[in-house]
Write a protein that binds this ligand. Structure first.
Ligand code: ATR
Length: 298
């Protein structure tokens, strides 16, 4: 990265009467990395806009879109716990958001507020950036929550050969299998681990390993796989990724998924190619403050 691209070298934007407003709603929201990342991206592209956090309560939702229209917000992100709860208040949804009934990005359009889900597409861009091929691959997905749903739908559209879902609550694995079937009826979907089919790619979407030293999957399952991906980004190296490193299996943590869901949101709002390097640098500085921006990740 050139010195002139470093976060610290960007000059402060000149806020004036034409400055546009973007933001993120959530509760809590003060730990969000998005305000810094998006504000820097706007600066980098000389877009006269700022991005701020909004701490809201659930009972604010019915009046929120009206309030945002009045103050002229152009677009916003949604984080926990409102990704599903915001849906009834929007005017339209992208195909993916409709399918998932979950929204993390909203833009003001001529037709009103339109919701998108960039978690799945952000994940896919992180795979593409790491040159992970998906065609005809067998994928094992640990977890069946919101992130798993977004990822599974994107994988199903990307032409993988098989998706196996393992989840603590079996009923949720089966519900996710039904959703995948709606997207891709011909795809082989399992809700258990098969002894005769070892996965090429293993993806952890559970929180196991985030605050404990547990691994979400048994060692035998990892035996022949080529890629291990953990969508946890903090710690940067989870117990699952330690196993990948110990076995010399290619691996990736969740920082790039976090990055690219933001990149996709930025591109929806601006119609411009996002400044990915500056956004990554901002995230690394925020998520891993002790590394001085030079982290060697996962
Ligand atoms: P996210 O939006 O990050 O996907 P989520 O929707 O709450 O979060 O999903 C969390 C996932 O982690 C679920 O698959 C959950 O399993 P259950 O469906 O059984 O709840 C999984 N998970 C969380 N804690 C877990 C634990 N201690 N052991 C196994 N799985 C766990």
């Amino acid at each position: 990265m050139n010195n002139d691209e470093r976060v610290t070298d960007l000059t402060c934007i000149d806020i004036d009467g034409k400055t546009m407003l973007y933001g993120v709603i959530g509760n809590p929201v003060k730990h969000s990395f998005s305000p810094r990342m998006h504000s820097l991206a706007f600066q980098k592209l000389c877009i006269n806009a700022v991005y701020v956090p909004f701490l809201i309560q659930e009972d604010h939702l019915p009046g929120l879109m009206n309030a945002f229209s009045i103050i002229g917000i152009q677009g916003f992100n949604i984080t926990l716990p409102f990704k599903e709860k915001i849906v009834p208040y929007l005017d339209s949804l992208s195909e993916e958001a409709e399918l998932l009934q979950s929204v993390n990005t909203v833009i003001k359009t001529h037709g009103g507020w339109k919701g998108y889900s960039t978690d799945g597409s952000g994940f896919m861009r992180s795979l593409a950036a790491a040159k992970i091929a998906l065609s005809q691959k067998k994928v094992l997905l640990a977890g069946a929550g919101g992130a798993a749903r977004a990822i599974a739908v994107s994988l199903a559209k990307a032409g993988v050969a098989e998706i196996s879902i393992v989840n603590r609550t079996q009923q949720k694995a089966e519900k996710l299998a039904d959703l995948i079937y709606r997207v891709s009826p011909a795809l082989a979907v399992r809700t258990a681990i098969s002894r005769d089919s070892s996965p090429d790619i293993v993806i952890n979407t559970t929180s196991v390993g985030m605050n404990d030293d547990k691994c979400p999957l048994a060692d035998e399952i990892l035996q022949d796989c080529k890629w291990i991906i953990d969508i946890i980004y903090n710690p940067p190296v989870t117990p699952l990724l330690k196993k990948a490193i110990g076995r010399s299996i290619s691996h990736m943590n969740g920082l790039d998924m976090l990055l690219y869901q933001g990149v996709e949101a930025f591109e929806i709002w601006t119609g411009q190619k996002a400044p990915v390097d500056i956004m990554r640098q901002s995230l690394i500085a925020s998520v891993y403050p002790d590394t001085n921006g030079d982290a060697s990740l996962s």
